[in-house]
Design a protein around this ligand. Structure first.
Ligand code: HEC
Ligand code: HEC
Length: 306
């Protein structure tokens, strides 16, 4: 599974501006444009870095995957981090560029494997060595507390009711709309009980997904900020899923445990049939249209010759 780092996303935005400015300025303006854009990017990064203090930064960019003392989510519990990895510089380098440090092997490869060996942690937006250091200080400080603010209390599970599960099903199918306008999950995913034609095939079948992603809590955090290349642009602010919507979806996913994924071959046959029926309908439609056109041409001709 590939993950988008926010760094890449930012570069993407900068490129976008660069292309725009490049067009406006023409060939001669290009060098100036690149300069302007480079400056703009640096400024933007600086502004975002200043606007968020370390606490706030951790809450929005790290707590979706990590607790401090609340157990693992997508990423490991960070309590006691410095005891596991006393090499401060290594941790700083890791937070700034996780993929590089994992690919170097050693401790990086070890925590990667322990977290499932599939997902590279994304680098935080606008992350710098200085910010990483502050984050590590925060983690150390919170690790010493009996109960950290980042134990994940915000994600304490409310019980799932059958109403929640029913709502989740409706959201999944798109019969109930997400208030922030995110796309229905069925356009890319199927579930064991998706009706008739099944769901989209771009994403994996989500039956038992809660188990795959290490439980309801972790799945909830994941859906709060889906980091996959395909889903991130669709569900990021202002189109994020609300806590209630996530709660309902997770209730539905939890209830799918023990079922088998929808049968892909069956829905392929359904698609094929739909295709055939569709083609048949097209032939009839064309036939009707052409018949009329033909008469439309022939009638004046015939009448004219009489
Ligand atoms: C999308 C989920 C995700 C986000 C967001 C995330 N991490 Fe991680 N983090 C992981 C995973 C998964 C690992 C385990 C290594 C791997 O597989 O990449 C990890 C590992 C770590 C480790 C090493 C833990 C250990 O036991 O040695 C630290 C430190 C860390 N993350 C800090 C952070 C900080 C700080 C942030 C916010 C800037 C952050 N993470 C954001 C998923 C995430
Ligand atoms: C535009 C297509 C698209 C939409 C819409 C979409 N997803 Fe995804 N989703 C994907 C893809 C593709 C993946 C596989 C990861 C990847 O490579 O990006 C994925 C992965 C996932 C995963 C992780 C599955 C795993 O086994 O690791 C979950 C959970 C998930 N999606 C839930 C949802 C939910 C819930 C919705 C609706 C709110 C949704 N998705 C809507 C495309 C989509």
């Amino acid at each position: 599974m590939r993950k988008v780092t926010s760094g890449m996303e930012r570069r993407g935005k900068c490129l976008g501006i660069r292309v725009l400015v490049g067009r406006v300025g023409g060939r001669r303006g290009r060098r100036a444009a690149v300069l302007i854009v480079a400056t703009a990017c640096v400024c933007l990064a600086a502004v975002t870095a200043k606007a968020q203090d370390t606490d706030e930064y951790f809450k929005t960019n790290c707590a979706t995957c990590h607790t401090i003392g609340g157990g693992p989510l997508t990423g490991p519990d960070l309590k006691g981090l410095s005891e596991r990895q006393p090499d401060r510089q290594w941790l700083i380098d890791f937070i700034v560029d996780p993929k590089r440090m994992i690919d170097q092997g050693g401790y990086g490869a070890k925590i990667f494997a322990e977290a499932g060996g599939k997902t590279y942690m994304p680098a935080g937006p606008g992350i710098t060595a200085k910010r990483a250091e502050k984050l590590l200080d925060l983690i150390d400080e919170e690790s010493k507390k009996e109960v950290s603010r980042f134990v994940g209390a915000g994600q304490k599970l409310k019980p799932f009711t059958s109403q929640n599960r029913a709502d989740g099903y409706e959201y999944f199918l798109g019969r109930k709309k997400f208030v922030n306008g995110g796309a229905a999950c069925i356009s890319c995913h199927s579930m064991y009980d998706t009706p008739a034609l099944g769901g989209g095939r771009l994403g994996p079948d989500l039956t038992n997904v809660s188990e795959r992603l290490k439980g309801a809590k972790s799945l909830m955090a994941w859906l709060g900020a889906p980091q996959t290349e395909t889903m991130q642009p669709i569900y990021k602010a202002p189109h994020e899923l609300t806590p209630d919507e996530i709660h309902a979806l997770v209730a539905y996913f939890e209830a799918s445990a023990g079922n088998s994924p929808s049968e892909a071959p069956a829905s392929r046959v359904a698609f094929l049939l739909m295709g055939l029926v569709g083609a048949g309908a097209m032939v009839f439609a064309m036939d009707a249209v052409w018949k009329r056109r033909f008469r439309g041409v022939r009638r004046p001709l015939v009448e004219g010759s009489v």
